[in-house]
Design a protein. Sequence first.
Length: 423
Amino acid sequence: VDFQPGLDSPIQICGDTPTPINPNGNPAYEYTWDPTTGLDLTNPWNPIATLNENMTYGVTVTDPASGCSFVGEVEVQIFPLINLEVTGDTTLCTASSLNLTATSDQSGTTFVWFDNPDLSGTPIGAGPEITVTPQGAVTYYVLATNGFCTDTASVTVNAFPINAILPPEVIICEPVTSTELTVVNLDPLQELTYVWSPANAVTPATGNATVLVNLNLADDFEVALENQYGCRDTLNSTVIVIDLAGTVTGVAVPDTIILGNSSTITVTGCAFCTYTWTVPSGTIVPPTGSVVVATPTEIGENIYTVTVSLSGCSASVSIPVFVIEAICDEDHIFLPNAFTPNGDGENDVLRLRSIFLDRLTDYELMIYNRWGQEIFRTQNVLDGWDGTFRGEELAPDVYGFYMRVRCPEGEELIQKGNITLLR
């Protein structure tokens, strides 16, 4: 009779790993195992053992056909558990990388990492530590092997940093006392809470992505955000009100000039603005800037318009410069017919008057009393008579004058007449 009990011993298996321990068993025979600890005897000729320590089983094998039997032992030797553990941050609140670490208390263990539970495809890394950059909820899997046994473990990382924006700077180009600020949620699945500050300048201070801010109370604002994963962030915004129309002014000095002369135009109210000029005639130097020298070429009113710009805001200012001709007649060059040298600071000195006084040459002025006696003479257009003669104040009276001057275009103008001295 060919009776083959088919018992293999010793058998080596991995701890806590269901493993058949009699692969050469004959299903036609009867097998009785003692003890039955850790055995699945669904198929008694090749039971499945799940053990965490060494075990020796007594086995009785019987052939029902021949009546033959055999009593033997099967020694099951347990390889130590790998005891795989995986560590790493499970919540990531910044868009960054993190390290995942696998450990085992068995030396010589190797580790291979995957991003799918089937442990298939190309591994994403190998070794006890890898660096990953997760987005959203990602589960990583590691397969550990010590040459005989294997173990697997996984770790899920929730990478949900705050994904929202608030304009860091809001520029308003008109005088206002309030405006809206809005946090834009860039992730439709993200649930955010909002806490604004300063609370006394924001309505409402909590709960809303869009708020009304009071610019009379503050211009720097902050909102603290938190999502459903406990991640937090703080966004800041500064509101800048630029009222160029209300602050920028321009002036021309002098505002009335003779043809061929220049006027200095100064624009104030915005230190860091850019300036774009519209020139009615002639030139300006420099072509841009807050202070320019204008030399118009047209008689009459010349309107210089400057557009002042800052951070997207702009305003226009118009500055007139009136241009006259240097006409050589008594309407444009004259002496007042009376003056009051009484020391009150008004009209105390008799002087030649002209819009183009600085362009007159060959000037001569002589003043004499009613008896023809000369009491004042000058050849300087800037000099004036203070109503004295030889250091003494003269009495109120009517005095005669003779004036001769050469105009800018070369014409000579001679005037004679009377001047009344009043006190």
